[in-house]
Design a protein around this ligand. Sequence first.
Ligand SMILES: Nc1ncnc2c1ncn2[C@@H]1O[C@H](COP(=O)(O)OP(=O)(O)OP(=O)(O)O)[C@@H](O)[C@H]1O
Length: 518
Amino acid sequence: MNTPTTEQAAATEAFSTGAHLVIQAGAGTGKTTTLAMLARTARRQGRSGRYIAFNRAVARHAARSFPAKVPCGTAHALAYTAVGRRFQARMNSPRQAGWRTGAALGIDDGMRVRLGERTLTNKALSHTVLRTVTRFCQSADPEVASHHVPPLRGAEPAPLHAFLAELVLPYARKAWADLQREDHGVVRFEHDHYLKMWALSEPVIPADFLLLDEAQDTNPVVEQVVTAQRDHAQLVMVGDSAQAIYGWRGARDVMTGFDGRQLSLSRSFRFGPALAAEANRWLTIIEAPLRLTGAPDLKTYVRQVRAPEAILCRTNARAMVEVIRQLAAGHRVALAGGGEALGALARAAHDLEAGRRTAHPELMLFETWGELHEYAEFDPAGRDLLPLVELVDEHGTPALLRALQQLSPEESAEVTVSTAHRAKGREWASVRIADDFTGPDDLDELGEDGTPLPGPIDLDEARLAYVAVTRARSLLDVGGLSWINVHPAGDPRPGDGDAAEQVSDSREQPTKRGAGKW
Ligand SMILES: Nc1ncnc2c1ncn2[C@@H]1O[C@H](COP(=O)(O)OP(=O)(O)OP(=O)(O)O)[C@@H](O)[C@H]1O
């Protein structure tokens, strides 16, 4: 058993008082070990409770170090026991195309509606109806409403979206009503559906304490259920606000603003002081309350790495380029999360190039490759698709599909390519940051030396950079993030007002480069 650090001892001590807690656990600081310490303390006090994670893999990892009597599971598992099991028969129904579900809900097969410059087909409408229900299920709202209707690529302007919402809502409400039937229905029953039904039933979780992991990226529906327990259960929100990178998907950082005693874990067990210093530059930019301390006995070098174990990219398109390069160099390559999503996009691009509409949910409003090209190049809403469009233009879809077929499983790969988003929660001995983590554009102003001043750093980009650099144990090649070495905010001195002005919060202004999905 590990001897607790001062911070771990302080967390255990605070936990034993029964107070609500927020534990900011920096990257690699032994979060699970600490939570298991809390769980053991509770057992000694004769208190019962549970650990809640956002996915099963994380819950299983925690269960390995937790006392047997403290269950580790997901919010979905709790909801399944309470509500979901009643819908078992519906969950096993075969998958069917969205347009068939749409037809069963009354969407006419031949339906075509003009949406600005684009045409909404029955397929696109059906898909949007189902996405609307999912978004409602992930929200804390009591009813399906127009803000749950997802923005459609190519039809983002507000009047078009309002028109779309009017079309979608009656079908979405019908779909939600259909889902209430336990025995059979026309909409395929998914896990998010019973989670929402459970949340709407205002459940009381019988527990003296609840440990919510990854609390910096919590769905509003889970946040609502967990925070509603605060009068009878001790709540412990654990995670790292500096790693909140799913805000664009509707996740919320429940830790910031939660009324509880604030604690932190800052001593890294993953890497040494040199990497901690690199991570701290980003934490300073984010204005996080936490600064990491590297493990003195671990040597981590920050320098160029020729053959890293992992290459972390900002976009999926760049990940694809890295896969092609590594294959060309004769390496066995894995793509974290597999190649399915990119394969679907490559096939969609292929359809559009052939002048056919695609069934890909993101690109359903486009009729030709040229249309998508124009959207990505000239519409600010489509700008994040530009890397993908350029990738297809440069390599061609057959080459992309061929490369995806040559992927190896991670266990046997020499190098794993991943997006920074997918790399969250993971670690490798050596990591290189890919070149698509470019710095902010220069301002129009010139500095004293006559060169253009660099623009402010987007805070969402800085959080992603922090996640990326903290994945390495022994070697980090900062690669595409090297621009931080010459940016005024890269090494701010205490009280350096100019440097503090060199950051911008994308919660206030939309990010220039989109959410970083593609
Ligand atoms: N007090 C301690 N003394 C020595 N080693 C420790 C201590 N606390 C945690 N560790 C070690 O740190 C490593 C990471 O811990 P753990 O598995 O709890 O982290 P995690 O929750 O998986 O990851 P992260 O901290 O990155 O979120 C483990 O090898 C663990 O044994």
